[in-house]
Ligand binder design. Structure first.
Ligand code: MN
Length: 265
């Protein structure tokens, strides 16, 4: 068995160098201008990314450049741990520092909802939609990520949060769809291009914010503010998404990479 594993790793390393496997970056650049989620004013708020220069080859440090930065655990492209939601608060290994490292390297499938979302900013991914996807691409693998492509990452400025008087308007899954993915497919997590795993109007669903409530209550993970999902195949990619090892962290900004078949395939 170890010879087989050695062969697989050698082939992967060679394929990465040779271009038979490519790496797609699914991450937005951490930037003070990138929007963060905005909650009703009575609640605490997530901080934007901030940066200050410590020195840049000057009197503060003649030969070196470095900066201090700060941000929320849920700023930019980021990972949600089970402890982020009250439904997951008592689960074991529910903080980013305690999640087993193997969870951060898993296969992914992409459900393309971009055409539906182009005509309906409140589009909700249903179980019927997922089953139709499976009829075309095969069953969603247990232990893998499901990524919801909406092309939301291509929106700029205020259109990204899409706030109105009654809150944000952005797509997400129904409670039934999340329950199906968790209970029937045993996914490891659900990823979106939007600011949350839930739709902008998900406070009105039952339970409220069903992706957060059901995923994290079952010990599953979330990824948000993903980019470049249009560069992934529907099936056959491998996601690498380790969050920062923040003690007791509820989540963290991170670099999300996907291994995909390259030109040589
Ligand atoms: Mn989050």
């Amino acid at each position: 068995m170890s010879n087989d594993a050695n062969m697989v790793l050698n082939q992967l390393a060679g394929a990465l160098v040779g271009g038979d496997v490519n790496v797609v970056d699914l991450t937005h650049t951490l930037d003070p201008d990138f929007p963060v989620i905005v909650l009703p004013p009575e609640f605490g708020q997530c901080a934007r990314f901030r940066v200050e220069e410590v020195s840049r080859y000057d009197h503060r440090g003649p030969a070196w450049y470095w900066r201090n930065f700060s941000c929320g655990e849920h700023t930019g492209t980021h990972f949600d741990a089970p402890v982020h939601w009250v439904s997951g608060k008592d689960l074991p290994n529910a903080t980013v520092d305690a999640i087993p490292a193997g969870a951060f390297v898993r296969q992914a499938v992409v459900i393309d909802c971009s055409s539906e979302c182009a005509g309906n900013e409140d589009f909700l991914l249903t179980t019927d939609h997922i089953v139709a996807w499976e009829n075309e691409y095969g069953s969603i693998p247990a232990g893998g990520w499901v990524l919801m492509r909406t092309d939301w990452s291509k929106r700029k400025g205020a259109e990204y949060l899409n706030m109105r008087d009654d809150g944000a308007h952005s797509p997400g899954p129904t409670a039934e769809a999340v329950r199906f993915l968790v209970e029937q497919r045993d996914i490891i997590g659900f990823g979106t291009e939007t600011i949350g795993t839930d739709a902008g109007q998900a406070a009105h669903l039952s339970p409220p914010y069903p992706a957060h409530f059901l995923l994290h209550g079952a010990g599953k993970y979330g990824l948000q503010c993903l980019a470049n999902l249009d560069q992934l195949p529907a099936t056959g990619s491998v996601l690498i998404c380790p969050p920062l090892k923040i003690k007791h962290g509820s989540g963290s900004p991170l670099r999300v990479l996907a291994l995909v078949p390259g030109e040589g395939q």
